[in-house]
Design a protein around this ligand. Structure first.
Ligand code: PAF
Length: 282
Protein backbone atom coordinates (compact mmCIF):
# COMPACT_ATOMS: atom_id res chain seq x y z
CA UNK A 1 0.00 0.00 0.00
CA UNK A 2 1.37 3.36 -0.99
CA UNK A 3 0.84 6.32 1.34
CA UNK A 4 0.05 9.65 -0.30
CA UNK A 5 0.13 12.76 1.85
CA UNK A 6 -0.47 15.59 -0.59
CA UNK A 7 -2.96 16.54 -3.31
CA UNK A 8 -0.08 16.62 -5.79
CA UNK A 9 0.99 13.07 -4.89
CA UNK A 10 -2.59 11.82 -5.31
CA UNK A 11 -2.91 13.59 -8.62
CA UNK A 12 0.34 12.35 -10.09
CA UNK A 13 -0.28 8.73 -9.00
CA UNK A 14 -3.93 8.50 -9.98
CA UNK A 15 -3.99 10.53 -13.18
CA UNK A 16 -1.75 7.94 -14.88
CA UNK A 17 -4.21 5.20 -13.87
CA UNK A 18 -7.24 7.20 -15.00
CA UNK A 19 -5.60 7.99 -18.35
CA UNK A 20 -5.28 4.24 -18.83
CA UNK A 21 -9.00 3.69 -18.20
CA UNK A 22 -8.32 2.10 -14.81
CA UNK A 23 -11.24 2.55 -12.43
CA UNK A 24 -10.76 4.00 -8.95
CA UNK A 25 -12.91 3.13 -5.95
CA UNK A 26 -12.72 5.44 -2.93
CA UNK A 27 -13.57 4.91 0.73
CA UNK A 28 -13.26 8.11 2.80
CA UNK A 29 -12.87 7.49 6.54
CA UNK A 30 -11.86 9.20 9.75
CA UNK A 31 -9.83 6.15 10.80
CA UNK A 32 -10.41 3.94 13.87
CA UNK A 33 -11.32 1.34 11.30
CA UNK A 34 -13.67 -1.56 11.96
CA UNK A 35 -15.34 -4.32 9.97
CA UNK A 36 -17.89 -1.82 8.60
CA UNK A 37 -15.05 0.07 6.88
CA UNK A 38 -13.48 -3.20 5.73
CA UNK A 39 -16.80 -4.19 4.19
CA UNK A 40 -16.84 -0.94 2.19
CA UNK A 41 -13.24 -1.57 1.11
CA UNK A 42 -14.00 -5.14 0.02
CA UNK A 43 -16.91 -3.88 -2.10
CA UNK A 44 -14.68 -1.16 -3.52
CA UNK A 45 -12.17 -3.83 -4.54
CA UNK A 46 -14.92 -5.80 -6.23
CA UNK A 47 -16.24 -2.80 -8.18
CA UNK A 48 -12.99 -1.07 -9.14
CA UNK A 49 -9.45 -1.82 -10.32
CA UNK A 50 -7.70 0.29 -7.67
CA UNK A 51 -8.86 1.27 -4.20
CA UNK A 52 -8.02 4.50 -2.39
CA UNK A 53 -8.87 4.96 1.30
CA UNK A 54 -8.48 8.28 3.08
CA UNK A 55 -8.01 8.80 6.79
CA UNK A 56 -8.70 12.34 7.90
CA UNK A 57 -10.42 13.39 11.11
CA UNK A 58 -12.32 16.36 9.78
CA UNK A 59 -12.56 19.10 12.42
CA UNK A 60 -15.26 21.08 10.59
CA UNK A 61 -17.88 18.37 11.05
CA UNK A 62 -17.55 18.26 14.84
CA UNK A 63 -19.87 20.64 16.63
CA UNK A 64 -18.61 19.41 19.98
CA UNK A 65 -14.97 20.01 20.97
CA UNK A 66 -14.88 17.05 23.36
CA UNK A 67 -16.21 14.68 20.68
CA UNK A 68 -13.44 15.86 18.34
CA UNK A 69 -10.72 15.64 21.00
CA UNK A 70 -11.83 12.15 22.03
CA UNK A 71 -12.36 10.77 18.53
CA UNK A 72 -10.44 7.46 18.56
CA UNK A 73 -7.11 7.42 16.73
CA UNK A 74 -5.54 4.07 15.89
CA UNK A 75 -3.38 4.90 12.89
CA UNK A 76 -0.80 2.09 13.15
CA UNK A 77 -3.50 -0.55 13.48
CA UNK A 78 -5.52 1.07 10.68
CA UNK A 79 -2.55 1.01 8.30
CA UNK A 80 -1.89 -2.64 9.08
CA UNK A 81 -5.55 -3.50 8.41
CA UNK A 82 -5.62 -1.55 5.16
CA UNK A 83 -2.45 -3.22 3.96
CA UNK A 84 -3.84 -6.66 4.80
CA UNK A 85 -7.12 -5.91 3.05
CA UNK A 86 -5.23 -5.09 -0.14
CA UNK A 87 -5.84 -1.33 -0.34
CA UNK A 88 -3.67 0.24 -3.06
CA UNK A 89 -3.39 3.80 -1.77
CA UNK A 90 -3.90 5.49 1.57
CA UNK A 91 -4.48 9.24 1.36
CA UNK A 92 -3.29 10.55 4.72
CA UNK A 93 -3.30 14.34 4.62
CA UNK A 94 -2.31 16.72 7.41
CA UNK A 95 -4.85 19.31 8.49
CA UNK A 96 -3.15 22.08 6.44
CA UNK A 97 -3.31 20.00 3.28
CA UNK A 98 -7.11 19.92 3.43
CA UNK A 99 -7.61 23.30 5.12
CA UNK A 100 -4.76 25.66 4.17
CA UNK A 101 -7.18 28.37 5.34
CA UNK A 102 -10.29 28.26 7.48
CA UNK A 103 -13.05 27.82 4.89
CA UNK A 104 -15.57 30.65 4.59
CA UNK A 105 -17.90 28.32 2.73
CA UNK A 106 -20.99 27.01 4.52
CA UNK A 107 -23.11 24.36 2.90
CA UNK A 108 -26.84 24.06 3.39
CA UNK A 109 -28.80 21.07 2.18
CA UNK A 110 -32.28 22.52 2.19
CA UNK A 111 -34.79 20.14 3.71
CA UNK A 112 -32.19 17.40 4.26
CA UNK A 113 -30.11 18.91 7.03
CA UNK A 114 -32.58 20.48 9.42
CA UNK A 115 -33.79 17.29 11.11
CA UNK A 116 -32.17 14.40 13.01
CA UNK A 117 -28.36 14.91 13.06
CA UNK A 118 -28.73 18.38 11.53
CA UNK A 119 -31.03 19.46 14.35
CA UNK A 120 -28.78 18.19 17.14
CA UNK A 121 -25.38 18.85 15.54
CA UNK A 122 -25.58 22.33 14.00
CA UNK A 123 -23.00 22.80 11.24
CA UNK A 124 -22.19 19.09 11.08
CA UNK A 125 -23.42 18.53 7.53
CA UNK A 126 -21.81 21.72 6.27
CA UNK A 127 -18.49 20.26 7.49
CA UNK A 128 -19.26 16.85 5.98
CA UNK A 129 -20.27 18.43 2.66
CA UNK A 130 -17.13 20.57 2.49
CA UNK A 131 -14.69 17.77 3.30
CA UNK A 132 -16.39 15.21 1.05
CA UNK A 133 -16.39 17.73 -1.82
CA UNK A 134 -12.69 18.39 -1.21
CA UNK A 135 -11.81 14.68 -1.01
CA UNK A 136 -13.81 13.84 -4.14
CA UNK A 137 -12.12 16.74 -5.97
CA UNK A 138 -8.69 15.53 -4.93
CA UNK A 139 -9.13 11.78 -5.53
CA UNK A 140 -11.62 12.07 -8.43
CA UNK A 141 -12.77 8.47 -8.03
CA UNK A 142 -15.20 6.70 -10.32
CA UNK A 143 -17.10 5.27 -7.34
CA UNK A 144 -17.20 6.28 -3.67
CA UNK A 145 -18.53 4.07 -0.87
CA UNK A 146 -20.39 5.05 2.31
CA UNK A 147 -22.14 3.13 5.09
CA UNK A 148 -25.89 3.23 5.59
CA UNK A 149 -25.43 3.65 9.33
CA UNK A 150 -25.05 7.32 8.43
CA UNK A 151 -28.29 7.36 6.45
CA UNK A 152 -28.69 11.15 6.48
CA UNK A 153 -25.05 11.61 5.49
CA UNK A 154 -25.62 9.36 2.47
CA UNK A 155 -28.66 11.44 1.42
CA UNK A 156 -26.60 14.63 1.79
CA UNK A 157 -23.63 13.28 -0.17
CA UNK A 158 -25.92 12.13 -3.00
CA UNK A 159 -27.39 15.65 -3.08
CA UNK A 160 -23.93 17.25 -3.01
CA UNK A 161 -22.76 15.14 -5.94
CA UNK A 162 -25.95 15.84 -7.93
CA UNK A 163 -25.97 19.60 -7.22
CA UNK A 164 -22.28 20.03 -8.07
CA UNK A 165 -22.54 17.75 -11.16
CA UNK A 166 -19.71 15.60 -9.84
CA UNK A 167 -18.85 12.67 -12.02
CA UNK A 168 -18.83 9.98 -9.33
CA UNK A 169 -21.15 7.12 -8.49
CA UNK A 170 -22.16 6.88 -4.82
CA UNK A 171 -22.74 3.42 -3.40
CA UNK A 172 -24.07 2.89 0.11
CA UNK A 173 -23.83 -0.42 1.92
CA UNK A 174 -25.83 -1.94 4.80
CA UNK A 175 -24.70 -1.41 8.37
CA UNK A 176 -22.37 -4.08 9.75
CA UNK A 177 -23.30 -5.22 13.26
CA UNK A 178 -21.76 -7.19 16.10
CA UNK A 179 -23.42 -10.55 16.81
CA UNK A 180 -25.37 -8.74 19.56
CA UNK A 181 -26.87 -6.35 17.00
CA UNK A 182 -24.80 -3.33 18.05
CA UNK A 183 -23.94 -1.32 14.92
CA UNK A 184 -20.19 -1.08 14.36
CA UNK A 185 -18.91 2.44 14.91
CA UNK A 186 -15.50 3.93 15.65
CA UNK A 187 -17.13 5.49 18.72
CA UNK A 188 -17.79 2.00 20.17
CA UNK A 189 -14.10 1.97 21.15
CA UNK A 190 -15.01 4.48 23.86
CA UNK A 191 -17.64 2.16 25.40
CA UNK A 192 -16.96 -0.15 28.35
CA UNK A 193 -18.28 -3.73 28.15
CA UNK A 194 -21.13 -2.71 30.43
CA UNK A 195 -21.97 0.26 28.22
CA UNK A 196 -21.89 -1.96 25.14
CA UNK A 197 -24.57 -4.08 26.76
CA UNK A 198 -26.54 -0.97 27.68
CA UNK A 199 -26.22 0.23 24.07
CA UNK A 200 -28.26 -2.75 22.86
CA UNK A 201 -31.36 -0.73 23.78
CA UNK A 202 -30.69 1.07 20.48
CA UNK A 203 -31.05 -1.91 18.15
CA UNK A 204 -33.79 -3.42 20.33
CA UNK A 205 -35.79 -0.18 20.06
CA UNK A 206 -35.30 -0.01 16.29
CA UNK A 207 -36.38 -3.64 15.84
CA UNK A 208 -39.36 -3.15 18.16
CA UNK A 209 -40.39 0.04 16.34
CA UNK A 210 -40.18 -1.71 12.99
CA UNK A 211 -42.17 -4.76 14.06
CA UNK A 212 -44.86 -2.58 15.68
CA UNK A 213 -45.17 -0.53 12.48
CA UNK A 214 -45.32 -3.60 10.26
CA UNK A 215 -48.02 -5.13 12.45
CA UNK A 216 -50.13 -1.99 12.00
CA UNK A 217 -49.49 -0.30 15.37
CA UNK A 218 -49.71 3.45 15.63
CA UNK A 219 -46.29 5.12 15.24
CA UNK A 220 -46.75 8.02 17.64
CA UNK A 221 -47.72 5.78 20.55
CA UNK A 222 -44.91 3.34 19.71
CA UNK A 223 -42.47 6.24 19.79
CA UNK A 224 -43.83 7.35 23.17
CA UNK A 225 -43.38 3.81 24.51
CA UNK A 226 -39.74 3.81 23.38
CA UNK A 227 -39.10 7.27 24.86
CA UNK A 228 -40.47 6.01 28.15
CA UNK A 229 -38.06 3.04 28.12
CA UNK A 230 -35.09 5.40 27.70
CA UNK A 231 -36.33 7.65 30.49
CA UNK A 232 -36.76 4.70 32.85
CA UNK A 233 -33.20 3.52 32.13
CA UNK A 234 -31.91 7.09 32.43
CA UNK A 235 -30.46 7.07 28.90
CA UNK A 236 -30.49 10.34 26.99
CA UNK A 237 -32.45 9.85 23.79
CA UNK A 238 -32.03 12.68 21.28
CA UNK A 239 -34.40 11.42 18.64
CA UNK A 240 -36.34 8.36 17.55
CA UNK A 241 -38.02 9.20 14.26
CA UNK A 242 -39.68 7.49 11.34
CA UNK A 243 -38.45 9.20 8.17
CA UNK A 244 -38.50 8.96 4.40
CA UNK A 245 -35.15 7.23 3.74
CA UNK A 246 -34.25 9.60 0.89
CA UNK A 247 -35.73 13.00 1.79
CA UNK A 248 -35.41 12.58 5.58
CA UNK A 249 -38.94 13.99 5.95
CA UNK A 250 -40.47 12.88 9.23
CA UNK A 251 -43.45 10.52 8.86
CA UNK A 252 -46.31 10.09 11.30
CA UNK A 253 -47.38 6.69 10.00
CA UNK A 254 -46.14 3.88 7.84
CA UNK A 255 -46.71 4.30 4.11
CA UNK A 256 -45.82 1.23 2.06
CA UNK A 257 -45.34 3.35 -1.08
CA UNK A 258 -42.51 5.37 0.53
CA UNK A 259 -39.05 4.01 1.45
CA UNK A 260 -38.80 4.59 5.18
CA UNK A 261 -36.43 4.07 8.09
CA UNK A 262 -36.43 4.61 11.81
CA UNK A 263 -33.45 6.71 12.92
CA UNK A 264 -32.14 7.06 16.45
CA UNK A 265 -29.47 8.99 18.36
CA UNK A 266 -28.78 8.35 22.04
CA UNK A 267 -26.03 8.85 24.58
CA UNK A 268 -24.61 5.76 26.21
CA UNK A 269 -22.66 7.35 29.04
CA UNK A 270 -20.72 10.13 27.31
CA UNK A 271 -20.74 8.48 23.90
CA UNK A 272 -23.27 9.57 21.32
CA UNK A 273 -24.39 6.73 19.06
CA UNK A 274 -26.61 6.75 15.99
CA UNK A 275 -28.29 3.91 14.15
CA UNK A 276 -31.22 3.22 11.86
CA UNK A 277 -33.32 0.39 10.49
CA UNK A 278 -35.12 0.13 7.15
CA UNK A 279 -38.87 -0.25 7.57
CA UNK A 280 -40.13 -0.14 3.98
CA UNK A 281 -37.78 -0.66 1.03
CA UNK A 282 -37.48 1.44 -2.14
O1 PAF B 1 -18.49 8.95 7.71
C1 PAF B 1 -17.37 9.44 7.98
O2 PAF B 1 -16.46 8.76 8.47
C2 PAF B 1 -17.12 10.91 7.70
O3 PAF B 1 -18.25 11.67 7.92
C3 PAF B 1 -16.55 11.15 6.29
C4 PAF B 1 -17.53 10.77 5.22
C5 PAF B 1 -15.25 10.38 6.11
C6 PAF B 1 -16.24 12.66 6.12
O4 PAF B 1 -15.32 13.11 7.06
Amino acid sequence: MKILRTKEAVNSELSILKNNQISIGFVPTMGALHDGHLDLIKKAKLYSDYVVVSIFINPTQFNNAEDFAKYPQTLDKDMELLDKTGVDYLFLPELEEIYPNKPRLKMLFEGLDNTLEGEFRPGHFSGVGIVVAKLLNIVKPHIAFFGQKDLQQVAIIRQLVADLSMDVKIISLPTVREGSGLALSSRNMRLSEKEKEKALIIIHSLSFGKSELLSGKDWLSTREEIKEKFTVQDIKLEYFELVNSHTMDKLEKIDHTIPSSICIAAYIGKVRLIDNITVTED
